[in-house]
Design a protein around this ligand. Sequence first.
Ligand SMILES: Nc1nc2c(ncn2[C@@H]2O[C@H](COP(=O)(O)OP(=O)(O)O)[C@@H](O)[C@H]2O)c(=O)[nH]1
Ligand SMILES: [Mg+2]
Length: 377
Amino acid sequence: MMTVDSSNTALWIMIVLAGIVLIAIGFAVILPLLKGKRRLPETPQDLGGPQNTSDIQSTVQLEKEESILAPSTTLRQALSQTEQNLFGRLKGIFSSEAQNKHFDEIEEVLYTSDLGPQTVERLMDAVKNQLSRSERGNIDLVKLALRHEFEDIFAKAQINEPDPQHPANYLHLDSKPSVWMIVGVNGAGKTTSIGKLAAHLGFANRKVLVAAGDTFRAAAGNQLKTWTDRAQVEIFSPPGVTDPSAVAFDACAKGASQGYDVVIVDTAGRLHTQTNLMEELKKMKRVMAKSIPGAPHEVLLVLDANSGQNALIQAKQFHEALGVTGVVLTKLDGTAKGGVAVGLANELKIPIRFIGVGEKIGDLRPFSAKEFVESIL
Ligand SMILES: Nc1nc2c(ncn2[C@@H]2O[C@H](COP(=O)(O)OP(=O)(O)O)[C@@H](O)[C@H]2O)c(=O)[nH]1
Ligand SMILES: [Mg+2]
């Protein structure tokens, strides 16, 4: 009897264990299917092979992850593509023979590096105050004095060093959804930057909705769709709706009701001098607040670094109209002199959040004042 009893017990234990294993397997297989959207892999090791049913999608996914994890160029490389950057030009001066002309020439280089007169004055005063006449002939001392002043300028604009593990976290992400309105003149790089930002956020496991608020040009919607496909995030582009405020309002409502983390609203490019179009942006902003109190949580101004002093003027006017909370400075990989970042921080105290260093999806970097100063000086 004892033997039969214990073999029965063993049998029961085996049946129960087998049941537990089957249930566990069931959960592992069924739960991800029920969740629907696959999350992005966390590490390069997770990128072992194709993960989508479609090979094309897999390739895009892999390219995306690789380019975000290992951007093709460093900031210094991107900026050094031009000999026109600040330090390149300062170095030129110091290697010349005419020692006594150095100081005037430094001033000239600064004036022609898109910093803006106010910032140049501040920098020159700092160099004068910190260095004696003879010390001003020493490039290392001048560089040090300038670097110190640059760092102070960025610190006062509340530019915090980004956390490389969580590049998007220093944007407003505490509300759910966080609504970001993207503004700027035509061609500044709004749509491209939205694609790159969405990819960053997707990579950080955020559920992103991109609203096609540029309803002026038919091509704008298609261009945005290409980018949201690349970033593998959803686009909100209701057919036939031509009022950008209506798109923004509905996108916010969808974002709130369907559990999105971030709603990014694209807008049509406009000149800061076009009053009626600026009024329309203000309306879009008001309408978003009606849909979600407190929205938009970020008003990100996209500025083309090549537009030099004009970038500062644009920033002032967009800021006055909309209360800009941060800047995305694009095309620093081109011939931009870089000084505009310093001028912006000094004159407007608006933090630069991201910089664009190319046309690919991974060519967006959280702005690090430290890295930036090291790259231009
Ligand atoms: N080299 C470079 N080109 C950029 C960058 N950002 C945007 N662009 C290019 O600038 C052009 C205008 O960009 P787009 O996003 O359409 O500007 P929008 O009119 O403000 O939406 C496109 O050709 C982009 O590829 C960047 O960081 N570097
Ligand atoms: Mg656009």
